[in-house]
Write a protein of this length. Structure first.
Length: 472
């Protein structure tokens, strides 16, 4: 089976090398590469953020009783993860950072005094603190670059800048929020240490990310795969073909995963048992996962836990499509990168329910927009329960594609209204925050339907049942 061992260590052929040069030019033309100016800007943002966090560390240490002299020696450590750490940052990529702080600085201080200090900084804009998320974070822009900042607190005395976060002992005694926060940086570092050729890995991963986004299967929030999952999948192919050129890795990526026997897990190394580790034998919930893609840092977790039947089918179909296109190359002079990555026109053949946001302020808050997006998967699942709906899947831009059974005329209004009621009940919703569900068909906006106000909170729904009923 392709899951078990190295498949080939054959070196690249002249054709492979030529294809890889073509891949690089294709990525450049597609905007998947950052230029030197953008790389320098992200490096500057990282330096700015480290200076701001260190200033906060020293000031907060004084507030907590350290002398000014002793506080001068206090530091935090910043660890990059995500696309920035994996070497695949693009023009619009954000910067994911972990702030590892000393034992005396609590999470409450991070979301309190540090968040306030960041808000006062002229280079920082659009700051939103999300302390109650599963992985708490502060999201902001620094010099126009989007930054997600997480916090982990050392459980014992020590200097954060001297701690090796790759060592599993860093987790000893660490609170759960800190352990979850440090996982991203640990996973990114482990991935880079386990691929045999980092340059080839980065080139192949850039294409896979471009393809996944264009084919609408890139989003952990929506139930597809996020950046970490795609990176692990590509890294595993690199291990199976350690001497392969980037173009070959792309071709093998589609071939390997079109034949993968899910739910057999993808893992870059054997997973050690542990209290938080993924284990389908002892955890019934883990046994139900459709697409286990295990993180290579302890404790091994399934980075694709959000995948559900509709999104699993979509991911599988897109991988099979890519494999079929690659197999049809024949004697063509170049590999069909453009055909494989051709964007998916999801609006051309499906009935769409699109969620639009409103607010009393000039624009919806990032918190409101983020929450509604996080619930899009729930809307799709509710729509799948409507008689006459053969399937539903979420798309970027708060759109749900509804596959209507032949001859059916489903009424989705009740499901949409129930979902809006759930969204409306979110405790973080500000007065005036609104969401509207409207129907579209065939890539063309349907004529504006008569909208009905459901309550005095400005949450409205279009008469979607009439549009779908008349179109089908």
């Amino acid at each position: 089976m392709v899951q078990d061992a190295l498949i080939s260590a054959a070196p690249p052929t002249a054709r492979d090398i030529a294809d890889s040069r073509f891949l690089e030019s294709f990525l450049a033309a597609s905007g998947a590469l950052q230029d030197q100016r953008e790389a320098d800007l992200r490096a500057l943002v990282a330096r700015d953020l480290l200076a701001l966090c260190n200033d906060w560390c020293r000031e907060q240490s004084v507030r907590m009783g350290l002398s000014a002299a002793d506080a001068q020696a206090e530091r935090v450590a910043l660890h990059a993860f995500g696309s920035y750490r994996l070497g695949v940052a693009g023009r619009d990529s954000d910067v994911d950072m972990l702030c590892l702080g000393p034992r005396q600085l609590r999470r409450e201080d991070f979301f309190g005094s540090l968040a306030e200090a960041l808000r006062r900084c002229p280079a920082v804009t659009e700051l939103v603190a999300v302390p109650d998320a599963r992985v708490p974070l502060v999201r902001m822009r620094i010099r126009g670059v989007e930054v997600d900042l997480l916090y982990a607190r050392l459980a014992s005395a020590g200097r954060p800048e001297e701690v090796d976060i790759a060592d599993d002992s860093v987790l000893d005694g660490m609170d759960e929020a800190s352990a979850l926060s440090v996982a991203g940086a640990r996973v990114a570092g482990a991935i880079m240490s386990l691929v045999p050729d980092q340059a080839a890995f980065c080139a192949a991963l850039r294409f896979v990310k471009l393809w996944a986004k264009g084919r609408c299967v890139y989003s952990n929030t929506l139930g597809y795969l996020g950046g970490v999952s795609w990176a692990i999948l590509v890294a595993r192919v690199c291990q199976l073909y350690p001497a392969a050129a980037p173009s070959t890795l792309v071709a093998k990526f589609f071939r390997v995963y079109s034949a993968w026997r899910w739910p057999a897990p993808v893992a870059l190394r054997p997973a050690a048992p542990g209290e938080r580790a993924w284990d389908p034998r002892s955890r019934p919930a883990d046994a139900e996962h459709l697409m286990p893609i295990l993180t290579p840092a302890h404790p091994a977790m399934n980075s694709a836990y959000n995948v559900w039947p509709s999104t699993f089918a979509a991911i599988s179909a897109e991988i099979a499509r890519g494999s079929a296109i690659a197999e049809m190359r024949g004697d063509a002079p170049t590999f069909p990168f453009e055909a494989i990555a051709h964007p998916y026109d999801f609006a051309s053949s499906l009935v769409l329910l699109r969620v639009s946001l409103g607010a009393a302020a000039p624009s919806p808050s990032p918190a409101w927009a983020g929450y509604v997006e996080s619930r899009a998967r729930r809307l799709a699942a509710m729509l799948e329960c409507v008689p006459g709906v053969a399937g539903a899947r979420p798309f970027p831009g708060l759109a749900i594609g509804v596959d209507v059974a032949p001859g059916a005329r489903p009424d989705v209004t009740g499901a949409a209204r129930a979902w809006l009621a759930e969204v409306r009940a979110w405790p973080g919703r500000r007065p005036g925050d609104a969401a509207t569900v409207v129907s579209e068909r065939g890539g063309r906006r349907a004529p504006p339907p008569k909208r009905r106000r459901l309550d005095d909170c400005n949450v409205k729904i279009a008469g979607a049942e009439q549009i779908i009923g008349s179109d089908y």
